[in-house]
Structure formats: C-alpha cells, structure tokens
Design a binder for this molecule. Sequence first.
Ligand SMILES: [Zn+2]
Length: 297
Amino acid sequence: MSSEPLTHEPVVEIRQVQELGRDLVVIPNRGVELVPNIGVIGGNHSVLVVETGMGPRNAEKVLAFASEYAKGRKLYLTTTHFHPEHAFGAQVFAGEATYLVNGAQAADLAGKGPGYLEMFRGLGTPVARQLEGVELATPDAVYDDTYELDLGGRVVRMRATGRAHSKGDQVVTVPDAGVLFTGDLVEAGQFSIFPWFPPYDVDVSGLRWIEVMRRLIATDPRVVVPGHGDISGPQVLVDVRDYLELLRDETWVRRDSAMSTETIVAEVEALMIRRHPEWAGQGWIEKGVGCFCAEHA
Ligand SMILES: [Zn+2]
C-alpha cells in the first residue's frame, strides 16, 4: 500500500529465479511494488510454496511453476501474513496443495481479509484488476506457535512471531540451508511497511516488531528473504532493527517535549530520509511515527 495510486501492474514474473541452496529457489519481486518474494522449497517427497502473489492470475503462475518444479511431489502452501500480495491467491491452490498457516494469521485472514480486499481495490485500476475474482481461502491446517513440516529429508520450521507487522506474522526457516523467510517483517532497500490505518487497522506494533527483530537476529541465518526487495544476508535484520529503534527514539523524544504530531512527522521524516536517502517507500515513515506515538508510554 502506498499513499499514491499504483500505476504499474503488480504482476509476478517467473524470471531471474534465484537458487539459494539445494532444492530451494526464490521467484524474486525484482523491486516491483506489491509483488512479494516467493519461495519454493523442496524435499524428497514434498514441496512448500511460500506466498501466492496478489490475486488468482498471479497465483496461477506461481502454482504452474511450483507444479513443474515439484515433478509429482506433494505440494504445500504457506503465507507469511494475510496481506493481499502475500496471501490473496491461495484459492488457486485449493485441491492442489495443503494450505498451512498459524492460527493468528488464519484469524487475520477471516476477520480482516474482506476489508483489505476493499481497501486494496481502491489503490488503483492495476491493483483492482489483479484482485478480480479473489475469494478468500480457508487454510487446510492451522498450527498455534510452531510447526515443523517434513518435506522428506528436510524439515522446514514455521513459527508465529506474535503481533508485529500484523497480528498473524509467521517466519519460515530452512535450517539445513540457513535460509529465513521473513515476510514484511523485513524489507530490503525500503522503509519498513507500517500498515497503520486508524481507526480501521491499528494492529501493527513497532515495539513488538523491535522485539521480534532481536529474536530473528539471534537465530543468525545465512540468507534472509525479505517480503520485498533483494535477497540479503543477516545484516538486513540489524538494519531493520536499528531503523525501528531510531524511529521510536526520535518520535518519543519529540513526543516528550509535547510537539504537535505534524511537527514530529515532518522532522522525523526529514531525519530518516537523510539517514537512508536510497531507501524507497518514504510514505511509510509517517505511518511508523503515528504507530510509535500511539505506543508512547
Ligand atoms: Zn504486509
């Protein structure tokens, strides 16, 4: 979501597929807004797809790629959180793959999915076009906190992080390859996405997000696949934590001196853009400031 209407097509292209390890590839988002990085992870008897792309036409491409990749192996699908470009293509996988997510994400999808469908349709014709025909899917299986999915000779770990970017975030780890899929808890080359839309959606928590980043840093992955942006090393986790902490501190110090929200936003935005002039998504700084203002003790 950005504040300006999107003018490009948020389309998944099966191009420049990157191999991150044995039987583990990512369909990269190539820097295209509202296209996620999509993972395909294989084992001896099963293959897990991480993220669907936005809407049934994108998801059909992903499913076709995954089916060819699987060569008859059983398919599983998971999504890192319920946001449209990550999960609103799951209907296409029905009957083809077992859709498995954490309980908090399933609740997000059921409770907030319809509202997000409407909100995203308002982001411009290209987005509305990709959302045509979306029917929100119901996961086939739901877990509470952690789940170990055996793909045959390879176990993939799925873990609900607790509320941060959304209520139902989960991360997916491939321990034998040192690969971590973070969803939108991490974006590379971009300011963190704060879906802070009071009064409609105030689930994002900057404070809890910082705690989640600290825990992810401690797991010391070799490769980090962010929700959007380039596949990275572990430093990207530190960069996101540092950004979130700085955003909190700079917001709170101004809040303490009773500045108006308008002034806080203007000053903190200018500061953050000076700090990260090359990062995209500057519109998300204001949302982050709003979130931290609300979390100010
Ligand atoms: Zn998201």
